[in-house]
Design a protein around this ligand. Structure first.
Ligand code: IVH
Length: 666
C-alpha cells in the first residue's frame, strides 16, 4: 500500500535536491548550505531504504554509484558518432567557408564554440529521463557507460520544463576541471599510484572505471554541444542548444552566432589569449553551420561532418636532443622509426620517445642524431618531432640513412609505390609480425579472447602458437606445463578461445588483420557481401563498388586472399566453427550494385540518413558531389539550380524520392 504522506515527502526532497544540483553544478550558484543539502539527502536516503517501493533510479540518492563491477555492454549508435576535420590556419578556415558556400546557395550562419578537451558521450533521453549514455567507441558502437554517467552531477537525470522531444540524443564532452585533476593526482601520488598525464586522460580513464561509486568520487563534469532528434525544436543548432539549456543541461556559455568567416577568425584569436584562464582545458574552437537543414544538405564524409570543422590551437612545444633512432616493426610489417630523446617534461608528462613517422618525414626535416629538435604534443598520445634547430647542429653530424633490413628478421625491406611506409615482407616468420597479428586477433574489439601481449609472447616463445589459427588447437595440459600458467588461468584461456567461435563475422573479418580493413570497413564489407566466400570471390570492380572502398582497399583484400597461407588459416578457423557468414539481419540486396548516388534537398517521407542507408543496404554507393561517374541525383525539395544544371551537364538521371522507392520496390 502506498502512503501519500511519505510519497509526497519523498517527492519534495527529490525535487529540492534536484533543484540544488542544477543550481550548483549547472548554473554554478548555490542557495543551499552543504549542511542543509546533506541533511535532506540523508533524510531521503532513509525514507527510500524504509520504503523500497518508492525506489527510482533517477533519485538524487542514486548519484553515489554502485560498488559492483561492470564490464561495458556495446551499444550501437543511432546516429554515427563522427569526429571533426581539423584546421590549423586562417587559410584553411577560408577554404572551409568557400566549400560551404559552393555547396549551399542560401545565406550561412556559423556557430562558434569552444572545443572541450575531454571524452565524448552521447546521452539518450526518453520522456524526459536519461535512459542511456554511450561513449564514442569506433563511432558506430560504443561502451554503455550509463551507470557511471549517472553519477555526474551536472548531467540531469530528469529534465525540466516540458517542451523537449519525446526521444532525443544529446552529445557532449565529459571533462575534468584543473582543480579536480590536480587534487586527484596529489592523492594518487600520496598513495603511490601513477599520476594521470592530463585532465583528458583522467576524464576518460574515470569514465571507464568498472565501479561507479569510484566514478562518483572523481567529480567529472559535462558540457553538452549537440542535440539530435527527428523532432528538434528548431532548425537552428544555436536555438536547439538554447532550448536544451532550459531543459537543465549544462550548455557552455561561450557560444556565438556569426554571419561571416572574418568574425569567426576574431572569435578564435580572442579565445587564444583567454583560454589559459579557463578552469578546464580546451584545445581549439569548433565552427558549425547553424542551420540543421543546411547541415543535412552538406552531409558527412566517412569520418566527419562537412558542416563543421575544428580550429586547433598550437600544441605545446619544447626542444630536446635526439639521442638515437630505433625502428619498430608493427603487426602489418610496417616499420616505424622512433626518436629516442633526452627526457623532457611536456604537457604534464615526461617525454622520452617521439614518432618519426617514416623515411619521408626524416628526409623532409633532415633529422639527424645529435640534433636539437622541437617536440610537440597535440591530440595524439605519442608526441612528434616538428622541426630541427639547424643553428645548433654540430658540424660533424651525419645524415640519417633509413635501414634496409628488418631489425627483427634481417629480411630486406620493401616500399610499395605511392606509400610512405617501409615494410618487412616476411609476414610468415618475422616474430613481431606474427605476435602482433595474434595480439590483434585476440584483442577486445576483435575476437575478445583473454590474455594480452605477455600471454602471446609466452605461447609463441614455447612454440605453442605460430599463428592465430593455432590458438584453437591448444590443449589444457600444454598450458599447465608452462611455468606461469596455473590450472585456473589455463581453463579460462581455453574457455575464452572456445567462446570466441560465437563472435560475429564482422569482428572475425576485422580480426584477420588485413591491411586497411579497420572495424568500420569490415562492417561495411560484411553488410554488402554477407560471407567470406563472397568477399573472396568478389572481383576488383565489385569490391570498389562498395561505399568507401577504393583501389587501395580492394588491392589489399585481393592480395590477402591470394596468399595460400591466409586461405589455409581461414579454412582452419572455419573447421573450428568460427563465424564466416553474417546473420541476415536486414533485407539487404544488391539491386543498386555499382550505382553511384548523390542526395540533395530535403525529403518528405524519409530522412536523408534513411535514404543513404537504403542505398548502401542495396549495394549502392553514396557520393557527395556530382561528376560524370554519378548515376542518379535523388532530388528532394528546395534544390538549388546549380545542382540541377550540373546533373544535366553530366547526363545524370534526376529522380525524386518516390522514383527511388519505386526503383527498390521493382
Ligand atoms: S561537435 C558531428 N562540438 O571534439 C560533430 N565536438 O575532434 C560532433 N568536441 O568527438 C562534434 N568540443 O568529442 C563538437 N563544441 C564541440 C566540441 C566537440 C569538443 C570533441 C568531440 C568530438 C571531437 C572531434
Amino acid at each position: 500500500m502506498k502512503n501519500p504522506k511519505i510519497e509526497s515527502k519523498i517527492e519534495f526532497l527529490r525535487s529540492e535536491l534536484q533543484k540544488h544540483n542544477y543550481n550548483y553544478y549547472v548554473l554554478s550558484v548555490s542557495e543551499t548550505s552543504d549542511y542543509q543539502y546533506d541533511t535532506m539527502l540523508k533524510e531521503l536516503q532513509q525514507l527510500e531504504t524504509d520504503n523500497p517501493k518508492y525506489f527510482d533510479i533517477n533519485s538524487p540518492t542514486q548519484r553515489i554509484g554502485d560498488d559492483r563491477n561492470k564490464s561495458f555492454k556495446q551499444v550501437q549508435h543511432k546516429y554515427p558518432m563522427l569526429s571533426l576535420a581539423n584546421t590549423y590556419s586562417e587559410s584553411e578556415l577560408f577554404d572551409f567557408d568557400s566549400r560551404i558556400k559552393k555547396a549551399i546557395e542560401s545565406k550561412i550562419t556559423y556557430v562558434c564554440e569552444l572545443k572541450y578537451d575531454g571524452t565524448a558521450v552521447g546521452l539518450t533521453y526518453e520522456k524526459g529521463k536519461l535512459i542511456r549514455a554511450v561513449t564514442r567507441g569506433d563511432g558506430v558502437e560504443g561502451d554503455d557507460v550509463t551507470a557511471n554517467v549517472r553519477t555526474i552531477r551536472s548531467i540531469p537525470l530528469e529534465l525540466r520544463g516540458d517542451n523537449y522531444p519525446e526521444k532525443f540524443e544529446i552529445r557532449g564532452e565529459i571533462f575534468m576541471s584543473h582543480e579536480v585533476f590536480h587534487s586527484l593526482n596529489e592523492i594518487r601520488e600520496k598513495n603511490g599510484k601513477s599520476k594521470f598525464a592530463n585532465p583528458r586522460n583522467a576524464a576518460s580513464g574515470t569514465l571507464k572505471l568498472r565501479n561507479s561509486a569510484n566514478v562518483a568520487k572523481r567529480k567529472l563534469d559535462c558540457f553538452l554541444y549537440y542535440v539530435l532528434s527527428e523532432n528538434l525544436p528548431s532548425d537552428s543548432h544555436y536555438e536547439n542548444l538554447t532550448q536544451a539549456r532550459k531543459w537543465g543541461f549544462k550548455i557552455p556559455p561561450h557560444l556565438s552566432q556569426m554571419t561571416d568567416i572574418k568574425s569567426v577568425v576574431e572569435f578564435i584569436k580572442n579565445w587564444d589569449s583567454k583560454r589559459s584562464d579557463l578552469p578546464y582545458d580546451i584545445d581549439g574552437i569548433v565552427i558549425k553551420v547553424d542551420s540543421i537543414s543546411q547541415q543535412e544538405e552538406l552531409g558527412n564524409t566517412a569520418k566527419a561532418p562537412r558542416w563543421a570543422v575544428s580550429y586547433k590551437y598550437q600544441a605545446e612545444q619544447l626542444f630536446s636532443v635526439l639521442e638515437s633512432i630505433s625502428y619498430q616493426v608493427g603487426r602489418t610489417g610496417a616499420i616505424t622509426p622512433v626518436a629516442n630523446l633526452k627526457p623532457v617534461q611536456l604537457a604534464g608528462t615526461i617525454v622520452k620517445r617521439a614518432s618519426l613517422h617514416n623515411a619521408d618525414q626524416i628526409e623532409l626535416l633532415d633529422i639527424r642524431v645529435g640534433d636539437c629538435v622541437a617536440v610537440e604534443k597535440g591530440g595524439e598520445i605519442i608526441p612528434k618531432i616538428t622541426s630541427v634547430d639547424l643553428s645548433r647542429r654540430s658540424p660533424d653530424s651525419e645524415k640519417t640513412n633509413f635501414i634496409n633490413l628488418c631489425p627483427e628478421c634481417q629480411t630486406e625491406l620493401v616500399r610499395i609505390d605511392g606509400e610512405a611506409q617501409h615494410y618487412c615482407p616476411n609476414d610468415a616468420s618475422c616474430p613481431p609480425q606474427i605476435k602482433g597479428k595474434i595480439e590483434h586477433f585476440i584483442s577486445r574489439k576483435a575476437m575478445n579472447i583473454e590474455g594480452g601481449e605477455a600471454t602471446v609472447e609466452l605461447l609463441f616463445n614455447n612454440d605453442l602458437i605460430n599463428d592465430f589459427a593455432d590458438l584453437y588447437d591448444l590443449k589444457i595440459d600444454q598450458l599447465t606445463n608452462l611455468e606461469r600458467f596455473g590450472e585456473k588461468s589455463a581453463h579460462n584461456l581455453i574457455n575464452s578461445i572456445a567462446d570466441s567461435i560465437a563472435v560475429p563475422f564482422e569482428k572475425v573479418l576485422y580480426s584477420l588483420g588485413i591491411r586497411h580493413i579497420g572495424e568500420s570497413m569490415a562492417k561495411k564489407l560484411v553488410r554488402t557481401f554477407c560471407s567470406i566466400d563472397k568477399i573472396m570471390a568478389a572481383t576488383f570492380e565489385e569490391l570498389t563498388a562498395v561505399d568507401e572502398v577504393g583501389d587501395k582497399i580492394a588491392e589489399s583484400l585481393q592480395l590477402y586472399f591470394n596468399e595460400e597461407i591466409n586461405r589455409k588459416n581461414i579454412e582452419r578457423l572455419k573447421a573450428h566453427g568460427v563465424q564466416f557468414v553474417a546473420e541476415k539481419k536486414e533485407n539487404t540486396t544488391m539491386i543498386l550494385a555499382g550505382k553511384r548516388f548523390v542526395i540533395t534537398g530535403s525529403f518528405e517521407t524519409i530522412s536523408r540518413n534513411e535514404l543513404k542507408e537504403l542505398i548502401e543496404k542495396n549495394g549502392g554507393k553514396n557520393t557527395s558531389s556530382i561528376s560524370k561517374s554519378t548515376d542518379f541525383l535523388v532530388a528532394g525539395n528546395k534544390v538549388g539550380p546549380s545542382k540541377i544544371q550540373k546533373a544535366e551537364k553530366f547526363n545524370v538521371k534526376i529522380i525524386s524520392e518516390v522514383d527511388f522507392i519505386q526503383m527498390l520496390a521493382n
